[in-house]
Design a protein around this ligand. Structure first.
Ligand SMILES: Cc1cc2nc3c(=O)[nH]c(=O)nc-3n(C[C@H](O)[C@H](O)[C@H](O)COP(=O)(O)OP(=O)(O)OC[C@H]3O[C@@H](n4cnc5c(N)ncnc54)[C@H](O)[C@@H]3O)c2cc1C
Ligand SMILES: Cc1cc2nc3c(=O)[nH]c(=O)nc-3n(C[C@H](O)[C@H](O)[C@H](O)COP(=O)(O)O)c2cc1C
Ligand code: SF4
Length: 366
């Protein structure tokens, strides 16, 4: 913004300001303060092409905000077409037309993460009677954990958008309501959508019942409860983010990863940035190092191809060895003869993009 203003002072032709102008309020501010003559929005309009119309009509809370994840740019390189994490319609405009449902049905959605919320509001906007049950006190699912590190706060915009869409579309939401098969059956649904997400993987020799072992959820939500000298078991995306978070909270952190890669799931640019951040925050990273046990503040590992036995001193270990589907309801409900669908991480843990996309697709198909 300041660069645009300086250029504007030096030239006598119109100047357009561009880069992370993510909403109408900032855009208006730039124009009002005379910092530029025009504003340009790129990703903000991929995330919501209706942004200008919604802004004109004062419907700011209904704007689907870009969360700066750069999935769109990466998808061009990887797939040769553009996709958006938050907007499943981008690049699928024909497939994603929303038509009124031919017959109104009673739909019960279990789970208020991104998959369940997207399915619920789209199904309701097609005319179905939709009931959403969420075990936690608020919607959002794992996004709430993902958005804890400071650099990922923008993910909370997804939850804000879903909250507003659930209200507008008339979904009946029940928070703090974990539901089981019998309770669901008693509701008499015509369609059940399971969007129950994923849960952390635990290892027989390393689990949260053991003294000094913590889940990644505890480490993200209550970093102050984690000891000074800690090992993060697992160097995937969650492990990297937990390690960085704890390091920023002043902990001495090491990552122990079984494979030869730290942050394998990240695309190249993000991985480079994360690795740099981990290094600059003093996080030690050990690869090809397989944990085999933990007791008395000592983590036992096998290092390298020779499987050299190694002991690492650690007052605590944070489990970040992955997540697995939470799909206990599918078997019992299917055996009752109900129409049951699964979407999002309860099929296979992946990302917000797949969760929203599967919710959007299913809601248009029922
Ligand atoms: C730390 C962390 C960081 C992440 N960062 C990213 C990221 O940067 N980008 C990205 O794309 N993805 C990220 N992810 C993954 C992403 O959050 C998930 O892929 C996504 O949230 C899956 O959505 P979902 O709706 O399928 O499940 P979830 O988000 O897990 O939601 C499932 C919901 O179902 C509820 N539920 C479960 N059982 C019941 C029941 N019986 N009754 C009622 N409610 C129930 C749960 O309480 C939960 O709220 C991250 C995950 C974690 C843990
Ligand atoms: C999916 C996508 C592809 C892009 N491709 C190019 C490109 O090939 N060359 C280029 O100079 N800029 C490219 N850009 C940058 C845009 O032209 C624009 O400067 C930028 O997206 C503006 O910032 P904003 O998205 O934060 O509004 C691309 C941006 C996106 C989102
Ligand atoms: S993919 Fe991510 S960065 Fe690109 S427009 Fe969508 S939310 Fe924004």
């Amino acid at each position: 913004m300041e660069s645009a203003w300086r250029i504007k002072q030096a030239v006598d032709i119109p100047v357009m300001c561009v880069g992370r102008i993510n909403g109408p309020v900032l855009a208006e501010e730039i124009l009002r303060e005379g910092k530029a003559d025009l504003v340009c929005m790129g990703r903000a309009l991929l995330a919501d092409p209706d942004l200008p119309r919604k802004a004109m009509e004062g419907r700011l809370e209904e704007i689907r905000r870009c969360v700066a994840c750069n999935t769109c740019i990466n998808s061009i390189f990887k797939k040769g077409r553009v996709e958006c994490l938050v907007n499943p319609e981008l690049g699928r405009e024909k497939e994603m037309v929303t038509r009124r449902a031919p017959k109104k049905r009673k739909v019960v959605v279990v789970g208020g993460g991104p998959a369940g919320c997207e399915a619920a509001w789209v199904a309701a906007s097609r005319g179905h009677d939709v009931f959403l049950y969420e075990a936690a006190e608020e919607i959002g699912g794992q996004i709430r954990l993902g958005a804890i590190p400071t650099h990922k706060k923008e993910l909370l915009n997804i939850i804000r958008f879903h909250k507003r869409q659930l209200e507008l579309s008339g979904v009946q939401c029940f928070m703090g309501r974990p539901v089981g098969p019998e309770e669901i059956a008693e509701m008499g649904p015509e369609v059940v959508i399971l969007a129950t997400g994923a849960k952390p993987v635990e290892l027989p020799f390393l689990n949260r019942k053991m003294k000094g072992v913590y889940t990644f959820q505890e480490a993200l939500e209550r970093p102050e409860s984690i000891p000074e000298n800690v090992v993060v078991a697992g160097g995937g995306a969650i492990g990297c983010e937990v390690a960085l978070h704890l390091a920023e909270w002043g902990r001495r952190v090491s990552i122990v990863e079984m494979t030869e890669f730290i942050g394998r799931q990240y695309e190249a640019m993000t991985r480079k940035l994360i690795l740099e951040k981990l290094k600059s925050n003093g996080v030690e990273m050990m690869t090809k190092c397989r944990i085999i046990g933990y007791a008395d503040n000592s983590l036992r590992c096998l290092l390298g191809e020779d499987e050299e036995l190694l002991s690492i001193e650690a007052e605590g270990v944070v489990l970040a060895v992955g997540t697995c589907p939470k799909d206990e309801l599918f078997g019992p409900l299917s055996s009752m003869g109900m129409e049951v669908h699964r979407i999002g991480d309860c099929v296979e843990p992946r990302s917000i993009k797949e969760a929203i996309l599967e919710g959007a697709r299913l809601a248009r198909a029922i």
